[in-house]
Design a protein around this ligand. Structure first.
Ligand code: FAD
Length: 341
C-alpha cells in the first residue's frame, strides 16, 4: 500500500494552507481533491481586510477592492466609509490556483479527480478502490465532510447559502440588505466581481425549506428590480457546528470542523487559520492554536448577536432600521464592522 506521512483530503483554502506549511517544513504530504480543478467552489468570494493581509494577496488575484459598504434596511440606506480598503472580492478559482502555486511540490503531491469514499484507521480509500496509508489525516473536505462523518461527529448547526451569479450590469457597490420579511435575522448581499455579480443570502437550514427560501429571495429581487433570468443559481451548505478539531491522529479543518461564522457566513479566513494551526500542531505538539481559538471566540460573539436579533421578532425591521441609521455615525459604523469582520 502506498504510504504518506500526512494525507489532506480537500484542496480548499484550509487544505491548501495546511499543505503549504507542512511542505515548507519538509514533510511528505499527499493532498487529495475530488474535482478536476483546484479552486472553484460555490462562494460569494467576499474577503475582509484580515484575509487579504493574512495571505498577502497580490492585486492581480483581487476582482474588486472597496473602502465602503452600503447597509440597506426597510426604510434606510447608509454608507460606511473607511479611510483605507476594507472589503475585497476574489474569484475562488483564482484564489485556489494562487494558493496551489505557493505549495512546495518537492514534498507535497497533489492529486485531483481523487474522491475519497471511505476512511479506515490508518488508510483512506479512493473511488477507484486505491488504498493509501497515513500517519496523520487532515479532513479539509468542506461542509459535507466524509472525515467528520467517519468520526461520527454530528452537525446540528448548518446554514445554506444560495447565490445567483448575474451579469455585471450596473452593479458597483458592496452592499448588504437586512429585511426581516424576506431573510428573517439574516441578510442578503450584492458582491460585484470582475465579470459577474454574486447576489445571495444564507439562512439556517432549519428555518426555511429550500423552495421557500428561493421564493422569498426571488420576491425580494423582483422588488429591487434585479433580473435573475439569465443567472446561474447555486447553493451549498455552510457548517457552523464546531465540536473540536483534533481526534487522535485525525484533524478537521475549515468548514469540516464547523468553524465558519454562523451569522456572517464568512469561512475563508477561518479555514485558512485552522489549516495553519493544524499543520503547526503536527509539526510541534506544543503549538498553541491561538488564531483558531480567537476565530472561535469571534464566531460565538457573532452567533450571540444573531440570537439577539432573532429575539427581536416582530420588531426586527425596526432594529434593522435603527442599525442602518446608527451606522451613519462614523464611530458606530466602523466599530460594528470591526466586530463583524
Ligand atoms: C453561497 C456561499 C457563499 C459564501 N460566501 C463567502 C464569502 O463571501 N466569504 C467567505 O469568507 N466565505 C464564504 N462562504 C463560505 C466559504 O465558501 C467556506 O467557508 C470556505 O470555502 C471553507 O473552506 P474549506 O477549505 O474549509 O472548504 P472548501 O472550500 O469547501 O474545500 C473543500 C474541498 O474538499 C473537496 N472534497 C470534499 N469532499 C472530498 C472527498 N471526499 N474527497 C476529495 N476531495 C473532497 C471539495 O471538492 C473542495 O475542493 C460562502 C459559502 C457559500 C455556500
Amino acid at each position: 500500500m502506498e504510504s504518506y506521512d500526512i494525507i489532506i483530503i480537500g484542496a480548499g483554502p484550509a487544505g491548501l494552507n495546511a499543505a503549504k506549511i507542512l511542505g515548507d517544513a519538509g514533510r511528505r504530504v499527499l493532498l487529495l481533491e475530488k474535482n478536476a480543478e483546484i479552486g472553484p467552489k460555490i462562494c460569494a468570494g467576499g474577503l475582509t481586510r484580515k484575509s487579504v493581509r493574512y495571505l498577502n494577496l497580490p492585486q492581480e488575484i483581487i476582482d474588486h477592492t472597496y473602502n465602503e459598504i452600503i447597509f440597506n434596511s426597510l426604510h434606510f440606506r447608509s454608507t460606511i466609509k473607511f479611510a483605507e480598503n476594507f472589503f475585497y472580492t476574489v474569484d475562488r478559482k483564482k484564489l485556489g490556483q494562487w494558493q496551489l502555486g505557493k505549495i512546495n511540490r518537492n514534498f507535497v503531491d497533489v492529486r485531483t479527480e481523487t474522491h475519497i469514499i471511505r476512511i479506515e484507521k490508518d488508510f483512506v480509500v479512493t473511488k477507484e478502490n486505491e488504498k493509501i496509508k497515513f500517519n496523520y489525516l487532515i479532513g479539509a473536505d468542506g461542509s459535507n465532510s466524509i472525515v467528520r462523518r467517519h468520526l461520527k461527529i454530528k452537525t446540528r448547526l448548518a446554514g445554506i447559502a444560495i447565490q445567483y451569479k448575474i451579469p455585471r450590469g450596473n452593479f458597483n457597490d458592496f452592499e448588504i440588505f437586512m429585511r426581516s420579511e424576506f431573510f428573517k435575522a439574516w441578510y442578503a448581499w450584492i458582491f460585484p466581481h470582475k465579470d459577474y455579480v454574486s447576489i445571495g443570502y444564507g439562512y439556517p437550514q432549519k428555518i426555511f425549506s429550500p423552495l421557500k427560501a428561493q421564493q422569498k429571495f426571488e420576491k425580494w429581487a423582483k422588488e429591487k428590480n434585479i433580473d435573475l433570468k439569465n443567472s446561474v443559481r447555486e447553493a451549498f451548505l455552510i457548517n457552523c457546528d464546531y465540536r473540536g478539531f483534533r481526534f487522535g491522529n485525525i484533524f478537521l479543518s475549515g468548514d469540516a470542523t464547523g468553524i465558519a461564522d454562523g451569522y456572517t457566513g464568512e469561512g475563508i479566513y477561518q479555514a485558512l487559520v485552522s489549516g495553519e494551526d493544524i499543520a503547526k500542531i503536527i509539526l510541534d505538539k506544543k503549538h498553541r492554536p491561538r488564531k483558531t481559538y480567537a476565530t472561535i471566540r469571534e464566531k460565538r460573539v457573532h452567533e450571540t448577536m444573531a440570537f439577539l436579533i432573532i429575539c427581536t421578532w416582530f420588531f426586527r425591521n425596526i432594529v434593522f432600521d435603527t442599525i442602518t441609521l446608527l451606522v451613519r455615525i462614523k464611530l458606530f459604523g466602523r466599530t460594528l464592522l470591526r466586530i463583524l469582520s
